[in-house]
Design a protein around this ligand. Structure first.
Ligand code: GRF
Length: 227
């Protein structure tokens, strides 16, 4: 007997670059029944590699080039108008490298997710892998969180941990974290798409109706350290 049929929720995905997370999400829609309907992929950079992949997958793409706007607020407004034309229930930031205005963030409160390559609250911002190595971390990873006005500081609900190996370079560590991001993001999106997650006014997350007191962890990859 098959389970209940879940209506795919409309989403818009924002990218700035190569789009490997976008690709993992599209693959999960095509092969793992991830219940989302990707209405558009929008990039702030015309050369973003992910645009081509989306187009090849038959998804509508658009570019809103931030260099054509002198004001951050004007860019965010144009982006918001374009997103809202798609009437998404969820906005997915997948390597979208922009600082967002408070108005934009509050407009999508509780319905915008981001993936970040660290175990937040450790290492918000850039160069997370080198910073984790410099700090002597034994474990690093990636997090998915609701986006709030606090950059990379919104409530986290799912993480993947990655062991740091002796002699790792930032590039080697980044590659192993990215592999986990590709498992992590589709699963995080699934929780939202299945209606299991919501964000409260006080920034608490409800999962299946109960307040989360800490993020869920994806089952460890083979090389992760023991408990
Ligand atoms: C990923 O590491 C993601 O965590 C961060 O930006 C990178 C985007 O990579 N926010 P890609 O464009 O998805 O390949």
């Amino acid at each position: 007997m098959s389970g209940p049929v879940i209506r795919p929720i409309p989403v818009v995905i924002l990218i700035s670059g190569r789009g490997s997370n976008l690709r993992a999400i599209i693959d999960a829609v095509e092969h793992d029944d991830l219940p989302i309907d990707i209405r558009a992929v929008i990039s702030n950079r015309p050369a973003a590699g992910g645009l081509q992949y989306a187009a090849e997958a038959g998804i509508a793409t658009d570019v809103i080039d931030h260099t054509e706007y002198t004001e951050r607020a004007a860019f965010d407004h144009a982006l918001q108008v374009r997103i809202d034309a798609c009437q998404p229930e969820l906005v997915i930031l997948a390597g979208f490298m922009r600082i967002l205005t408070e108005d934009f963030v509050s407009h999508y409160r509780g319905r915008m997710l981001n993936i970040h390559p660290s175990l937040l609250p450790e290492f918000p911002g850039l160069n997370t892998h080198q910073r984790a190595l410099d700090a002597g971390c034994k474990v690093h990873g990636a997090s998915v969180h609701f986006v709030t006005a606090d950059m990379d500081g919104g409530p986290v609900f799912l993480q993947a941990r990655v062991a740091v190996r002796a002699g790792d370079t930032a590039e080697q560590l980044a590659a192993r974290v990215l592999e986990q991001e590709h498992r992590l993001y589709p699963q995080a999106i699934r929780l939202f798409a299945e209606g299991r997650l919501s964000l409260r006014d006080n920034d608490e997350i409800l999962l299946d109706g109960a307040v989360m007191d800490q993020p869920l962890q994806l089952p460890a990859p083979a090389d992760a350290p023991g408990p």
